[in-house]
Design a binder for this molecule. Structure first.
Ligand SMILES: [Zn+2]
Length: 448
């Protein structure tokens, strides 16, 4: 059966020449054959990735002094790998090297830059990422993942993500508009032009069917809709929510599914690397977007590449960038890769994401992912979606809110305490509050 691609626009950039042009032909052929990269035989994906890595290495070797000097220091005399395994010999890119430096890995003439994004810089100077117009509107849109994205041109997508500075708002906007032809409601997140009530009204008025936002903002919108008498599911016929930005546990996601009455899926990406992984309908982890990125897991201390199944730092090489390619970029996120045995039939590797390295909670000498603790906390339906984990010298205090329950504060606190002890064997103090602050920004839930 031929699959129909719904790209509304084919963007061309006049008289553009790029090392990425060869991949237009690759993807055009897949389109013509009614295929996507998602289900290609593994060896064809590997072959594509090797070609794309080599094209990227040749591009930065020629156009970027920093990347080239780092490779030469490691003994490279040509920027070419014979196999994907050899990627391990290419130097890794550290965040600190590019923090605050907008030229370090820029690999085109500055006048080619079409868009700059930057990380919010919560820890020091920002990281700048520069895209050419072709990066944004041509190459980033080449790989299609029609099995994962079911959005169509009769959908209306609300983008409740920051449009300022970072990639998410504009990134989703481009994806929805150009890949699926959907109408966009650019809600943003917390901008003074777009308060929550107006955002909900707009979603109702235009009958939004898709929402891209963060887990905490999806919770906030649901909570606030009740205040404004807007019935989610009736007034807003939501079909699909994409969550990105903060990460959360599977139980938090399932609670949002119940509340919104539609499927909620995770989308893992970053301002530096763009899309990295997307959840399929099985919700067993993120399929790596292998058209866009090559992902490795490394041992954070030694830098050695780890085999499938082992947890380490996620290292990303972008495959379709000319402005500022990321070559073996150390993301600071922890995860483990598995070969896909997913019943969805997709071939692309599956990533289990554990969260940011610096957010691991060290309790009684053991390191726990905050998502894991959240997972067990959210198993209790009497606990609301807003909570804090306070860590003080290895001991944990959970601040939680009640959710539609007649339990007293003391009863709920005792219940949480017992549940956490039974389920993961950690002892903690529990404080029930009714005033945990809602946020428009990135929800901060862990305090150390
Ligand atoms: Zn799958």
């Amino acid at each position: 059966m031929k699959m129909f691609q719904t790209h509304k626009m084919t963007v061309s950039v006049d008289e553009h020449s790029s090392h990425l042009e060869q991949f237009q032909a690759f993807y055009q052929q897949l389109d013509d054959e009614g295929k996507t990269i998602e289900k290609l035989p593994r060896e064809l994906i590997d072959d594509y990735q090797l070609k794309a890595v080599n094209a990227t290495l040749a591009h930065v070797w020629k156009n970027n002094a920093y990347y080239r000097s780092m490779m030469e220091e490691k003994g490279f005399t040509t920027p070419e790998l014979a196999s994907l395994d050899q990627l391990a010999s290419v130097p890794m890119l550290q965040k600190d090297v590019i923090r605050g430096d907008k030229e370090k890995i820029l690999s085109v003439d500055p006048k080619e830059i079409g868009q700059v994004h930057l990380t919010s810089g919560t820890s020091g100077k920002p990281i700048y990422t520069a895209y050419t117009l072709a990066d944004q509107y041509v190459y980033d849109l080449l790989p299609k993942y029609l099995e994962l994205f079911k959005e169509k041109d009769d959908d209306v997508a609300a983008v409740a993500l920051p449009y300022e500075f970072a990639l998410p708002g504009l990134g989703f906007q481009r994806l929805f508009q150009f890949a699926f032809g959907t109408a966009i409601l650019s809600l943003g997140k917390g901008g003074y032009m777009a308060p929550v009530d107006k955002s909900l009204e707009l979603m109702k008025e235009y009958q939004a069917t898709v929402l891209a936002t963060t887990p905490s903002y999806a919770a906030l919108l649901a909570e606030e809709s009740e205040k404004y008498g807007i019935k989610i599911g009736e007034d807003i016929p939501m079909k699909k929510i994409w969550l990105t930005g903060e990460g959360c546990s599977a139980t938090f996601r399932e609670r949002l599914e119940k509340w919104w009455g539609c499927e909620v899926s995770f989308f893992y990406g970053s301002t530096e690397c763009g899309v990295i992984g997307v959840e399929c309908s099985q919700h067993n982890g993120y399929h790596i977007m292998e058209g866009h990125v090559k992902v490795e897991i490394i041992e954070p201390e030694t830098g050695g590449v780890m085999p499938y199944g082992r947890t380490g730092e996620i290292v990303v090489t972008t495959l379709l960038r000319e402005g500022m390619p990321m070559v073996r970029y150390k993301t600071g996120d922890l995860g483990a890769l598995q070969k896909s045995r997913c019943s969805c039939g997709l071939v692309m590797d599956v990533l289990q994401l554990r969260g940011r390295m610096e957010h691991m909670l060290h309790i009684d000498g053991e390191a726990y992912s905050p998502f894991m603790i959240e997972h067990f906390l959210m198993e209790l339906p009497e606990v609301g979606l807003w909570y804090h984990f306070l860590l003080d010298q290895g001991s944990l205090t959970i601040e939680a809110e009640k959710f539609r329950t007649d339990l007293s504060d003391d009863e709920l606190a005792a219940k949480i305490k017992k549940h956490m002890a039974d389920r993961i064997g950690i002892t903690c103090d529990v404080v029930i509050r009714d005033d945990i602050p809602r946020t428009f920004g990135k929800a901060q839930r862990v305090f150390m």
